[in-house]
Design a protein around this ligand. Structure first.
Ligand SMILES: [Zn+2]
Ligand SMILES: [Zn+2]
Ligand SMILES: [Zn+2]
Length: 482
């Protein structure tokens, strides 16, 4: 902090939102008017505070870059929320369309320790199971585990746990999801009494989903599923009368239960497995009105968007980076299976390039899950790309304004989310990669600390805003009583 270029560093760090691992670029670019050929502006990395241009790393994982992952979480939050309440270019009437929040779980591959909402872990033996397994370990656990207990998610007996079944399920989880969406569409067509191919003339299904790792190393899907009216160019059409959230919830629940997929065996003597989602299916209609004092405590749009945004950044990072006996065994099983497949391929077995599990080893770090952590259907909401473009436009205008010594008028920002600007300018540039990260460990720590302060400040501001909101609500209530 005492170094001579601290101010320049501080400026550079704040321009990338205190990203922990920014990319450094050398080069320059010129903005040219396409009609006249006039150079409207030039920018060179030499003009940057440290003589090199820093660009955000864009990492989605909180453990890698607190700042960029927060930005991603915030974008995901707004994207998900806009699909529930409208806004950001999504029409407000979308909030009238039926919406459910569904959690699709994984089945059991063996008994594991859990919090059970503060009750005893596993006080009873399942039907037909004795109190001790064939390995001499208890099949019951009378402990009450708290949230930070290392035993959570660990099998009661690792030798009883079906590790291979676990991995095969995780590998095909994206296929189960695909089949689930087909089932929902099929069931909707049946309910309406129309051919499946004609369903888009009446209803369209939109969703945003995130995958979240449970402590036992299996993913769950959390999804917001919305029923829109007929397929149109701009989407978001109102749902026809009769298509209610209750109907959608019913259809979704049936569709989850009906999903099954016969997974191909890993190798010759391996059994075929029929994969399904777990028996626990949670489907809840979402109330989209803005009241928050509802006695039923149904989920509100903001809450659901918050959950999903949190899962979206948490899922990819925290658990799979962890280390415990269960996760080690999962990784070891993937390595073993991959070896077995490779050995077979060299001999009489299926050639590697045709093998359905050929890439399993590549996904070892993700515990065999190869799907995306956060996906949405095309017309669910706005896209992340458009949100990012809007931010870039905003930042460009902000820096233009400050360069010209002007203040930015918010009324000039209405078009930030517009599809495309008339292309009257062209940016020509030449950039080369100079490396990534800050120069010293100290710089990286400072950037992380500043990002942490920014997060605390944002939380504090949100907290005080909610207190203010609460007080105002009480005052309004008092007035009503008078
Ligand atoms: Zn970053
Ligand atoms: Zn236990
Ligand atoms: Zn056992």
């Amino acid at each position: 902090m005492l170094s001579r270029d601290f101010d320049a560093w501080s400026e550079a760090a704040s321009r990338v939102g205190h990203c922990a691992n920014p990319i450094r670029l050398h080069g320059s670019s010129h903005t040219v008017d396409t009609r006249t050929g006039e150079v409207l502006g030039s920018f060179s990395s030499k003009d940057s505070p440290l003589g090199v241009l820093h660009v955000r790393c864009g990492n989605r994982r909180a453990a890698e870059c607190p700042s960029c992952s927060r930005l991603y979480a915030a974008d995901t939050f707004h994207l998900i929320r806009a699909g529930v309440t409208g806004g950001k270019g999504v029409p407000d009437h979308v909030s009238d369309n039926p919406l459910v929040f569904a959690t699709l779980t994984a089945p059991s591959f063996g008994l594991v320790h859990g919090t059970r909402g503060g009750r005893k872990c596993r006080p009873f033996t399942p039907k037909g199971v004795s109190g001790v397994c064939e390995h001499g370990r208890p099949t019951v656990c009378h402990a009450t585990h708290d949230d930070c207990d290392d035993l959570l998610g660990q099998p009661l007996c690792r030798d009883c746990y079906d590790y291979v079944g676990h991995i095969v399920w995780q590998w095909w989880a994206p296929e189960l999801w695909r089949r689930f969406t087909i089932n929902v569409r099929r069931a909707l067509a049946k309910t309406l009494g129309v051919a499946e191919s004609r369903l888009p003339d009446h209803l369209t299904l939109q969703y945003a989903k995130v995958a979240e790792y449970q402590l036992r190393g299996l993913i769950h899907f959390h999804a917001l599923i919305r029923l829109d009216g007929p397929k149109t160019d701009d989407g978001f059409a109102p749902t026809p009368a009769g298509a209610t959230a209750a109907l959608l919830a019913h259809v979704v629940e049936q569709a989850v239960t009906a999903v099954s997929f016969d997974a191909p065996p890993l190798y010759e003597d391996d059994p075929a497995r029929t994969l399904r989602f777990g028996a626990q299916v949670d489907v809840r209609p979402i109330k989209t009105s803005r009241r928050t004092d509802d006695p039923d405590r149904q989920l509100t749009a903001g809450q659901v968007a918050g959950y999903l945004a949190k899962y979206a950044t948490k899922s990819a990072g925290d658990l799979v980076n962890g280390d415990n006996p269960h996760l080690r065994r999962l990784r070891a099983t993937i390595a073993e299976v991959t070896d077995h497949i490779a050995t077979d391929a060299r001999g009489e077995g299926t050639p590697l390039r045709e093998h359905p599990y050929a890439l399993l080893g590549k996904w070892n770090r993700m515990l065999g899950f190869r799907g995306h952590f956060s996906t949405k259907s095309r017309r669910y909401s706005i896209t992340l790309g458009r949100l990012r473009r809007a931010r870039t436009r905003f930042q460009r205008r902000l820096s233009d304004a400050s360069r010209q010594g002007k203040t930015l008028d918010v009324r000039d920002l209405d078009d930030l989310l517009a599809d495309d600007f008339e292309q009257t300018t062209l940016v020509v540039g030449r950039w080369s990669y100079a490396g990534s990260g800050w120069d010293t460990e100290g710089d990286a720590e400072l950037a992380k600390a500043a990002a942490a302060r920014a997060r605390e400040y944002a939380q504090w501001r949100q907290h005080t805003a909610s207190i203010r909101h609460h007080r105002r609500a009480i005052r309004v209530g008092e007035k009503g009583n008078e």
